[in-house]
Ligand binder design. Structure first.
Ligand SMILES: Nc1ncnc2c1ncn2[C@@H]1O[C@H](COP(=O)(O)OP(=O)(O)OP(=O)(O)O)[C@@H](O)[C@H]1O
Ligand SMILES: [Mg+2]
Length: 258
């Protein structure tokens, strides 16, 4: 039953605390039907920070991101965006606040490249949307010549690029990315890592779920999700110091001193 003291559906309540985190996940528990998948997950993301959530298949990464985006109601816990409790806000309200989720699919294949970008910019006013789409096309030049093509006709790598461009077109404050490497060849993975690295200056805070360790070079901090629980949070150097985790993610190379 709803907490009588909590915010009602659709109501944003500013919290009184001076919280330095832009996004805070507190004790989040989530289930798919009767199957509990996340157990009291605690994470935070500061302004401009890149947090990489590492986890194997089935660890609960997509479930976590989906709950953050507002697509799965939590069993318990709280989500706070810029001091506002968003736990009960619908996905559209979160997106309007600048919390933008790029799923593994990332784009609408039946819509054109241009339509995808315009959808990405929906939360902005007309002139800001035009400017943000222009910016995205300057960053991803390959897309500029394909504006009228259906997104489904792009290569896997270009589709990922469009997904990123679409997300950026909404000028996110927090960009949440679910396995941007999924289905990409190593060359395209490198490209996506480089695209994300170029966002560093003045870019949004990024929460990125991956099992590909190539993305760790972007990470200010790393969290490891295992069986739906946070097993580790810390720097990459600290992760490499944890022998079991280092071996799991980096193989024998992980045991060498960082
Ligand atoms: N819609 C669903 N209905 C029922 N169970 C689900 C659903 N989606 C995910 N699960 C289960 O929840 C668990 C976590 O899945 P999730 O997709 O969050 O993991 P993941 O870390 O994103 O994995 P992957 O790396 O394969 O994408 C798995 O046991 C999965 O079978
Ligand atoms: Mg997943």
């Amino acid at each position: 039953m709803a907490d009588p003291h909590g915010p009602r559906e659709g109501q944003a309540t500013p919290l009184p605390s001076a919280d330095p985190a832009l996004l805070r996940v507190e004790g989040l528990s989530v289930a798919h039907g009767a199957l509990q998948v996340l157990w009291e997950v605690d994470l935070h993301l500061a302004e401009g920070e890149i947090l990489v959530v590492l986890g194997a298949n089935g660890a609960g990464k997509s479930t976590l991101l989906s709950a953050i985006g507002g697509h799965l109601p939590p069993l318990g816990g709280r989500l706070v965006l810029d001091k506002v409790d968003i736990t009960r806000l619908p996905a559209s309200r979160r997106a309007r606040m600048g919390l933008i989720l790029m799923t593994e699919q990332g784009v609408f294949p039946d819509l054109s490249v241009g339509e995808n970008l315009r959808l990405g910019a929906w939360r902005l006013g007309r002139s800001e949307a035009a400017a943000s789409i222009e910016e995205a096309l300057t960053r991803f030049e390959e897309l500029a010549g394909r504006l009228r093509s259906p997104a489904g006709s792009l290569s896997g790598g270009q589709r990922k690029m469009l997904g990123l461009a679409k997300a950026l077109a909404g000028r996110p404050r927090v960009l949440v990315l679910d396995e941007p490497s999924a289905g990409l060849s190593p060359l395209y993975v490198k490209q996506v890592v480089a695209d994300l690295a170029s966002l560093r200056r003045d870019g949004p805070a990024v929460l990125l779920a991956e099992q590909n360790v190539a993305f760790l070079e972007l990470a200010d901090r790393v969290a490891v999700l295992e069986g739906g629980r946070v097993r580790f949070t810390g720097s990459l150097t600290e992760l490499r110091r944890d022998e079991a985790l280092a071996e799991a993610f980096f193989g024998l190379e992980g045991r060498a001193p960082a």
